[in-house]
Design a protein around this ligand. Sequence first.
Ligand code: SF4
Length: 312
Amino acid sequence: MAKPRYEGYCEGIPTKLVREKFGDINVFTQNAKSLLNKATGFIAAYDFTLNPYRGCQYGCSYCYAAAFSPSTRMRQEWGKWVIIKENTAAILEKELKAWYDKNPKNPLSIYMSSVTDPYQPIESKYQLTRRLLEVMLEVREYNYPTPTLVIQTRSPIITRDIDYLQRFQRLRINMSIPTGSELVRRDFEPRSPSIKARLNAIAKIKQSIDPLKGFLPKISITVTPLLPTLPEDEVAFIDKLKIADRVVIQDFHPSHNRSLVASTRQEAQDIKRKYAWWYDEEQLSYMRFKEMLMTRLPGVEIKEGKDGFGYE
Ligand code: SF4
């Protein structure tokens, strides 16, 4: 089968046309051949990863997922394109059936998502993620157990799906909030939602679910990669993290300019220079922040790196 070629990112006549613009990003569509991928690396404890989209509109400067782009130019222009996997629901239905035919009593565990944000803005229009939740819940009709699910996002759009989320018996929501300072967020991830919007989304999820009628999800705040928080914001930020049952911190991935290897992009390396007061003694800054978390959040699990990304 011919490799898909994306207009604007390849020479000659593309086999897949730009469908439209969404904001300032190029949107492509493509049918996926498979959806559930064997989980490896820091999330190897799960059976599968699930990415409804390729690419991510948020285009965070440090995003390691850029390394898995279809071409060098798309890697360089991370954040300016997104590929919609149009047939996701049909493929997931087939893949869940294949799993439960072999393991009728054993729910699979899914990490959604490892290289995209399942609730990036275009989800508000295409609703691929919502449809996937629906398919996962439909297995109950055949008396199969609902999958164990972890949703990794930084988007308040997740609150749209509370009606489905509360039906998962084993759900963990990992909300990414790598800094407590809006100034820092705007430098490292200018297209992403505000810190306040993310915290409000978690509060809304917790307040909206009646434990007598639905299941309350476990909540992690992933402060990953740990970015600087300005001293004047630090205490207030950490106190707000009490809303979670787990807080995860992690260093930046190492940086290298290779495809298919998780790596921190040069863009983030350049921004780090602006925060020399934190990065000149990075290990010390990290340890200081960790100690503050442990002192101020006695009732919250504080985890680091790979340990923090498990469901349990
Ligand atoms: S939201 Fe996640 S996947 Fe998207 S660019 Fe940021 S770090 Fe990468």
